[in-house]
Each structure stands twice: as C-alpha cells, then as structure tokens.
Ligand binder design. Structure first.
Ligand SMILES: Cc1cc2nc3c(=O)[nH]c(=O)nc-3n(C[C@H](O)[C@H](O)[C@H](O)COP(=O)(O)OP(=O)(O)OC[C@H]3O[C@@H](n4cnc5c(N)ncnc54)[C@H](O)[C@@H]3O)c2cc1C
Length: 289
C-alpha cells in the first residue's frame, strides 16, 4: 500500500489581525483547527495523513507579525519571522552573530525561507535549533488567546516531544530573546548524519570571562532528550574556572551524565550520551577559539 501524498480536506481561514487569529482559534480549535505558519512541518504531516486538521488558520497575512526588532533588553521575533531572516546578523551584536551561525544548520535553504522561528517553538521538535537557542538563552514567549495574553518562560513552554504548554486556543505571537553582553562568547556544535538533517545531538554554550575565569555559563543541549534544556550540572563545572581543554572534557562528561537520553531506531541511549559528551566539548572549544 502506498502513502497518500495529499492532505485530507480542510477549510483555510485568512485572518488579517491578531484579534482575528485568536477569535478564529477560539471557534475552530475545538474542531481540530490549527495555526498554519510556514507549513514546513505541518504540511508534510498532513500530506502523510498523520494530521487531519479540518480548519487551518493561516497567519501569513496577519499585520505586524513579521516584526523583528530590539525592544529594550530583548530581541522581539514575531510569529511570521522566517528562519531565513537570520541568515545575516539581524543586529550588530553577539546575539545577531549567534542566530546567524545557528540558522545555517536548520534544514535546507528553501525550508528556511518559509519556516518560522515561532513555528519551530510551537512544533517543539526536540532537535529544533531554535528550541535549543530559546532554552539556552532563556526566551520569554508571548502567548495570546481570546482570554488575554500571558508571558511564558521557555522552560515552562517546552514540555516534551512535540508538546508545549500552549492550550488549544492559544497562539504564540512573539518570542523574546535576551540581548547578550558584548563580551559574551558562544559556541554551537551539532551532529547529524547528513547536512540538513535533524540533529541527533546539539550543544549551544555561552559564557563570559571575568578576571580570567568563566562566569555566567549557559550550556544547552538539544536533540538528545525529549526537549531542549540547560544542563546546570555542566554549567557548575565551568563557572569560576579557567577555561582549558581538560575543563571542557569534564563539562562534556557532566552533560552526558545528566541527560535522560532518547533512544530511537538509529541511536541507542549510550551512543546519544557519547554524542552529548562530544558536542558539548566541541561547542566549548568553538566558543574559546
Ligand atoms: C526536510 C525538512 C528538514 C527539516 N529540518 C529541520 C532542522 O534541521 N531543524 C529544525 O529546527 N527544523 C527542521 N525542519 C522543520 C522546519 O524548521 C519547520 O519550519 C518548523 O519546524 C516549523 O515551522 P513552520 O513555521 O513551518 O510551522 P508549521 O509547519 O506551519 O506549523 C508547525 C506546527 O506548529 C503550529 N504553529 C506554528 N506556528 C504557531 C504559532 N505561532 N502559534 C501556535 N502554533 C503554531 C502549527 O499549528 C503546527 O502544529 C525541517 C523540515 C523539513 C520538511
């Protein structure tokens, strides 16, 4: 038997304002209505009939959701901002460079020109690079519904494999990433079998140096557990120490020991721990280089 390559029938709605988005969600979410953003995850799933939403609320023409701007001490990323917006640094700062470097690891160019930053967070694939960035840097997420607005910390948003704390009638309108101090160092390293594939493990690290010692270390791991998250055990190894190859090895060991590794058809738990050991060390080496 072959696989169907066309989605089941659905009705597409095209709201023009955020108010129209949330009222459409309130009406249609109970009938399995969903947001359509870049469609780079939802449409393939629909084509394989793994999802059969009867209503799609297409946000691609909603005013204002393409906003990408600095507001005070954070970068605001609206729900229509595509991955490709980050190909070049969006702001002349460490955060702009970090986002640009990570962006090149997401899928392939055509997918990056359609898929959205907020769609990646809402989809919550454990291997998503943007979920890793959000988790490592401590993003705040602006969630809207007809009941009002709430700001959710990323650690309370990502709940598991393709699972978030969004209620069915809630819309992720904006992600807020904290700006990074100018002396922040960052390193990102991911492992996948082929370029463009989802990562089997990835690490993002940031830290600063004060008086020769590492401070404010953030070590985030993605693709290895059911969600991207910071690993405090690895951060504790680094903070207050002089950076060195031996210290980076020790941080990799701490990260590998701390995770609850996913197992799947291509990766055993032991192998995933090995990957985490390696990607953490390599991300730290890149940050120090
Ligand atoms: C071949 C291939 C390779 C890929 N490789 C990678 C990769 O390496 N790394 C990676 O991170 N991604 C990868 N992706 C996924 C891609 O990045 C998607 O763009 C992204 O995961 C989802 O964003 P989207 O805007 O396309 O969302 P959509 O596909 O439109 O939506 C995905 C889900 O999120 C919901 N949703 C979307 N936006 C919102 C919102 N604002 N509020 C509430 N719910 C919302 C939708 O209802 C749907 O359930 C790949 C995709 C393909 C097809």
């Amino acid at each position: 038997m072959g696989f169907p390559m066309k989605p089941a029938p659905f009705t597409r709605h095209t709201p023009r304002t955020v108010e129209e988005v949330v009222s459409a969600l309130a009406e249609f979410a109970p009938q399995d209505g969903r947001i359509l953003a870049g469609g780079q995850s939802l449409v393939p799933i629909m084509a394989f009939r793994m999802a059969r939403p009867t209503h799609l609320i297409d946000i691609n023409e909603v005013e204002g959701l393409d906003r990408l701007a600095v507001d005070g001490d954070y970068l605001s990323i609206g729900a229509r901002v595509r991955h490709g917006a980050f190909h070049k640094p969006v702001i002349p700062s460490v955060l702009g460079q970090l986002l640009s470097f990570v962006c090149g690891h997401i899928a392939h160019y055509p997918i990056r020109m359609r898929g959205t930053f907020c769609g990646s967070l809402a989809h919550a694939d454990p291997s998503s690079e943007w979920c890793l960035v959000a988790a490592t840097l401590g993003a705040k997420l602006v969630v809207k519904s007809v009941r009002g607005e709430r700001i959710v910390a990323v650690e309370d948003f990502l709940e598991g494999i393709m699972s978030t704390s969004l209620a069915e009638d809630e819309f992720l309108a904006e992600a807020r990433l904290p700006l990074l101090p100018a002396d922040t160092r960052f390193g990102f390293y991911e492992f996948s079998r082929r370029a463009g594939d989802f990562a089997m493990a990835a690490a993002l690290v940031t830290y600063r140096i004060e008086n020769g010692l590492m401070v404010d270390a953030h070590v985030g791991i993605g693709g290895a557990e059911d969600r991207a998250r910071r690993i405090p055990e690895a951060e504790a190894v680094l903070n207050g120490k002089t950076p060195s190859p031996e210290l980076f090895v020790a941080a990799g060991e701490a990260a590998a020991d701390a995770i609850e590794p996913l197992e799947d058809i291509q990766t055993t738990a032991e192998y995933r721990c090995d990957l985490v050991r390696a990607v953490t060390r390599r991300a730290l080496e890149r940050a120090a280089a």
